[in-house]
Design a protein around this ligand. Sequence first.
Ligand code: HPA
Length: 236
Amino acid sequence: MSSPHNAAEIGDIAETILLPGDPLRAKHIAENFLTDAVQYTSIRNNFGFTGKYKGNPISVQSTGMGIPSMCIYAHELIETYGVRKLFRVGTCGAMHADVKVRDVLLAQGATTDSSIIRNIFGASINFAPLANFDLLSSAVKNAARLNIPAKVGNIVTVDRFYDEEIDQAKLVKYGVLAVEMETAGLYTIAAQFGAKALSVLTVSDSFVTHEVLSAEEREKNFNDMIELALETAIES
Ligand code: HPA
């Protein structure tokens, strides 16, 4: 048996998974960080692999961009394949002046302008999508051990990359650090099924300084972030 968007058979996917948006990043992780990696899906060119990291079974699955795509993959991974620990590994844009390009961010919470919360809870509740505390605290300790400067806080998950209306000043005033497009979806689906999730992000661009990382720098930072996610994945 497989699921509508995944060709894996039950048992092909590990309980712990890394979720990049980009299929080529999923391939890069499988080829450079995992041993004995086997590809289990390429439906829609979203690649999935299962291999080992330091002897522990780990999968990596690309999810595409945005909340709807993330929610489809997370839902099927948890419900059909029994995945229990999900790490988004991706990029974000810095909004807050304290956040610089190249920083690693651990998303403690994900504020959102998406209708997902409203559609689940109705207009009277603003559910707060949160990181799993065990994964978050373990990632904070691992970042210190690996000498990777990591910041922890609230981010905003937006539905539109090209968003002229976003009130950056107000979000920053309320402590929001950065913007991306998937985490609130991941945290909400994980909450629905009682699974654990954490977004580990690198800052690829800044709304403050208008700096944008080059492809090489993105790759180096990306590798630090993957190491942090994998070290956390195998212990928590
Ligand atoms: N906006 C939205 N999502 C993002 C950005 C951004 O600037 N950078 C990386 N993901």
